[in-house]
Design a protein around this ligand. Sequence first.
Ligand code: C5P
Length: 225
Amino acid sequence: MHIKTSVPIIAIDGPSGSGKGTVAAQVATRLGWYYLDSGSLYRLTALAASVQNIGFEEEDKVANIAKNLDVRFEGQSILLAGEEVTEKIRTEAVGEGASVVSKLPSVRQALLQRQRDFAFGLGLVADGRDMGSEVFPEAGLKVYLTASVAERANRRYKQLLSKGMNPDYNDIFDGIAKRDERDMNRSLAPLIQTHDARLLDTTNCSVEEAVQKVLDWWKEVNIRA
Ligand code: C5P
């Protein structure tokens, strides 16, 4: 596969809860580039399938939903068929569903061009599982951003507590471990650190430090180019 785009791209891949979304969005803001949260497309597909009572195993129907997703990204808001679903797609259940539908080849195929279409303007920071390996293999900078399962579970636990919820740490830990297992071991577009991706382990580092690291790497790549 050979994709040429004149738009500079930073691809940030990593497991659930690694903080890649937060880091990618801030890097995009600092550079004045667009930001693609590719996971949201899989989440929206799972949500739309559930709403329409379509089983995740009904591949053709789910792919059809993915292909025709009526989605709008407006600032921080995500609208599905005109309805605000920004919070709805962040639940564990929708995340689980996304992880299941993302294993379906025709769903991935349906979302491929859609993701590539985000490469316009000054540049794009894209986060997901296969940004560097499949969607934007020619990205100028590829980052594999991760953190230990315990640290990721801890962050999620604190986030839910701060929302006034009553989370169970062990359930969160098990959910993250299960999602890692599924995302890393599927046959199609598994989550991997490609040979040309730089490893950024955020277990002991702040969001600001991680953002700065990616910006420094981007500068370095450009000086060498
Ligand atoms: O990143 P996020 O947790 O929102 O992604 C939800 C799920 O969507 C992931 O667990 C993964 O299975 C799937 N996904 C994917 N490829 C991407 C982004 C997300 O398979 N590029």
